[in-house]
Design a protein around this ligand. Structure first.
Ligand SMILES: *Cc1c(COP(=O)(O)O)cnc(C)c1O
Length: 350
């Protein structure tokens, strides 16, 4: 295959082991969006090999896919849903988005495990005050609901200057009050950026809830212990000597200054390589070469030398130029590149 995506299961297993070591907690693995677009079934299988049993996703259909293929897993669908029969049938836990949601659906929630979400500032889902939390507790008692989980999501953990600390305090205050009156089996709050802080205030959380770390990428500074799981290669399909003062590709965005040996790659933004990829070189036979011009839908142009021939392998991600480096370009970020990559490309799992 000309353009090939290789996903390394051993890298994922090593990242899981490192997260266990660093957190000393159980893992609720976030595998939303097709496991960060690495393949839901393959990644859940790999994570289970590494000892993970608990999974969190955004949508119900993702949870159903996991429970259908991995009945031994525990699965939490975090977005508010109203497909309660499916939740019961597949044994899927649901996130509580608000007290109003519990009130509206109280009669339909029997037998379904529920995780109460606390909103500390993202203002997406979750109860926003102790009064609202108490209203949920009261409804839970009244309707004999299975309130087994408590969680939050910290939106400022990856911004050094932002006031993450007071959001942690806000969660702890509500969690302490609830825990005095109710026993939760699952308490989870730390995403990747939060778990490396090893915040002692969050010691009462028995699970961490990372996503991107498990796949070897960092939402914050580079982590030398992470092992990138994705490698993407293509090959040179044509080489052309272009005279000085000529354009390559559509438009006039690139003009050769000197005589340039230009290699054509059969890959572009249509394959989900983000345009910010242009800022980083590619690797051919162990040497780096710059991408010139823009990325086009199905093609990319690289300036090469006489060491490069048609058919040579070109590394787009791997060998030290990694998806994390996209974040450094400032024009895109790592998870965006992960999610953008097309499933039409050939994928191989090793
Ligand atoms: C995506 C997500 C996570 C995981 O975040 P990472 O930064 O990938 O570790 C955790 N919790 C919620 C609610 C999420 O949406």
């Amino acid at each position: 295959m000309r353009t090939l995506v290789t996903i390394n299961r051993e890298a994922v297993r090593r990242n899981v082991a490192s997260v266990y070591d660093r957190s000393n907690k159980e893992i609720f693995a976030v595998v939303k969006n097709n496991a960060y677009n690495l393949g839901m079934r393959e990644m859940v299988e790999t994570l289970m090999d590494a000892g993970v049993r608990h999974f969190a996703v955004a949508e119900m259909y993702e949870a159903i896919e996991i429970k259908t293929n991995f009945p031994d897993s525990y699965c939490l669908a975090m977005n508010p849903v109203d497909t309660f029969d499916d939740a019961r049938k597949y044994g899927i836990a649901l996130g509580i988005a608000s007290s109003e949601w519990v009130e509206r659906h109280a009669d339909e929630l029997s037998g379904i495990e529920l995780h109460l979400k606390v909103n500390v500032g993202m203002n997406r889902f979750g109860i926003s005050s102790l009064e609202e939390a108490e209203a949920v507790l009261a409804l839970s008692v009244k309707h004999d609901l299975k309130l087994t989980g408590l969680y939050t999501h910290f939106p400022l953990a990856d911004e050094p200057e932002a006031d993450h600390d007071s959001q942690v305090d806000a969660f702890v205050t509500i969690a302490d009050a609830l825990r005095a009156r109710h026993v939760f089996d699952y308490i989870h709050s730390e995403n990747s950026a939060t778990l490396v802080k090893r915040d002692p205030r969050l010691a009462f959380c028995n699970y961490v809830r990372p996503g991107i770390f498990l796949f070897g990428y960092s939402p914050i500074e580079a982590m030398d212990w992470l092992v990138p799981s994705l490698r993407m290669t293509t090959e040179v399909v044509m080489i052309r000597d272009v005279a000085p003062g000529k354009h390559v590709g559509y438009g006039t965005s690139f003009t050769t200054e000197t005589a340039t040996r230009v290699a054509m790659l059969p890959v572009g933004y249509g394959d989900g390589v983000v345009r910010a990829r242009k800022a980083l070189p590619v690797i051919i036979n162990g040497k780096t070469y710059p991408i010139i011009s823009k990325l086009f839908m199905s093609h990319t142009f690289v300036a090469v030398d006489d060491d490069v021939a048609v058919g040579d392998e070109v590394v787009l991600y791997g060998d030290g130029i990694e998806i994390d480096d996209i974040t450094r370009t400032g024009a895109a970020n790592n998870s965006e590149q992960m999610c953008a990559r097309s499933w039409r490309l050939a994928h191989r799992y090793i």
